[in-house]
Design a protein around this ligand. Structure first.
Ligand SMILES: *Cc1c(COP(=O)(O)O)cnc(C)c1O
Length: 393
């Protein structure tokens, strides 16, 4: 039996089967490439689902983590730690918002954001607040995050969930307006829908939502867990439109590989939670905060946003070529390094064949192949990816 097969058999015997995994055991990475335990090399246009923004093996990033491990990995949140102070300052500067709370994951950031918005609603609108979320959205797998996720297939086995959630159509302002009433306390949406099929908000839509929230004292939560941290060519996707949310959530690329997330509040809601209202054991520990602080530093040093703007535009042109050459591709959407090709049917087999040809991509929904490479990808990497894509199609 191969090393791969031995590991997979043993793993499957002991781990709950909630993922249909590829039959590959990844072992290490370098730059834009991953290697499996048999030493096969893969070009990575998935970044561990939009996580590994700096690519694999960035020395300064790894040294910062090693240095922190040499000091202390964890303290409880009953004490302060210096990496936390640095990471928080970077997040506040980058978001233009007021105060941050550190979490361990995206879903946990959404839970916290919803708690802030619900408490604000209870205090300002009487209890029983209604939440407006979007069809085809994805906000995570915990019960609160699941309640606002616009995919009935994910929600239904776990009903009943958080009550008073209504779903509107993304990029259709009238469908949102139709749901707004005096009890509406929260609107939650992704700035660019990720898992649901790579859909950027139209400018009219997101500005219209901001206006509705301003006019009705509704808290706007923009989920930037996938599209934030530079993926659109802006540090946060909402900065492309010149608007700000009341609360934003981030995770995935925030730690570039270590589990760290955050929700960030503006002036209006940053004092809604008070001591005793919320907590987490690991959230914002020194190790993950040392990583996050270093990530912001390296984005500056490596001009990551400029690279995403420039190479992202090139990726857009190359994917347009592909779309125009294949009648089974019905749409091409996205911006920067969060783009997708929508096919006229499920893409599972194509994604599998790309993998056979040593290119890692992920689907988004059933019909979309998503391109979310590390943010350091070059035009040569795009050409290499496109050559494999052309061959497989
Ligand atoms: C991945 C994702 C989440 C959930 O994050 P986890 O870290 O998996 O809990 C939430 N929202 C969006 C937009 C995501 O892409």
């Amino acid at each position: 039996m191969t090393k791969t097969q031995t590991i997979i058999n043993d793993f499957e015997e002991n781990v709950i089967h909630t993922y249909n995994r590829y039959q590959i055991v990844l072992d290490k990475g370098e730059g834009m490439y991953l290697y499996d335990v048999e030493d096969n090399k893969y070009l990575d246009f998935g970044a561990g689902i939009a996580v590994y923004a700096l690519g694999y093996g960035n020395k300064e990033y790894e040294d910062a983590l090693k240095e922190q491990i040499g000091k202390i990995i964890h303290t409880s949140n009953y004490f302060y730690n210096e990496p936390g102070q640095r990471a928080a300052a970077s997040i506040i500067k980058a978001t233009g918002l007021k105060k941050v709370f550190f979490t361990n994951s995206g879903a946990e950031a959404i839970e916290g954001a919803l708690k802030v918005a619900k408490k604000y609603g209870n205090e300002h609108k009487g209890g029983d607040c209604e939440i407006i979320a979007m069809e085809h959205s994805f906000h995570g797998r915990t019960l609160g995050a699941l309640s606002v996720t616009g995919n009935a297939h994910y929600r239904e086995p776990f009903a009943p969930l958080v009550p008073n959630v209504r779903f509107a159509e993304y990029n259709n302002l009238d469908s949102v307006k139709a749901l707004v009433n005096e009890k509406t306390g929260v609107i939650i949406m992704e700035t660019v829908q990720g898992e649901g099929g790579i859909r950027p908000a139209s400018e009219d839509f997101i500005k219209g939502i901001r206006q509705i929230c301003d006019d009705n004292d509704i808290i706007l939560i923009l989920d930037e867990i996938q599209c934030g941290m530079g993926r659109t060519g802006y540090m946060f996707g909402y900065q492309r439109y010149g608007i700000k949310p009341d609360i934003t959530t981030m995770a995935k690329a925030l730690g570039c590989g270590v589990p760290v997330g955050a929700f960030v509040c503006n002036d209006k809601v940053c004092d809604t939670l008070v001591a005793g209202d919320h907590g987490t054991t690991y959230g914002g520990n020194p190790l993950v905060c040392a990583a996050a602080a270093k990530v912001f530093e390296l984005y500056d040093k490596l001009n990551v946003l400029d690279n995403v703007k420039e190479v992202g535009a090139y990726l857009y042109d190359r994917l347009e070529e592909i779309k125009n050459a294949h009648s089974n591709i019905v749409d091409h959407r996205g911006v920067g390094f969060i783009q997708g090709l929508e096919f006229d049917g499920p893409v599972k087999d194509i994604v599998g064949k790309l993998l056979d040809n040593h290119l890692i991509t992920y689907s988004a929904g059933s019909n979309v192949i998503r391109f979310i490479p590390p943010l350091i990808a070059s035009k040569e990497n795009v050409d290499e990816m496109v050559a494999i894509l052309q061959k497989v199609l």
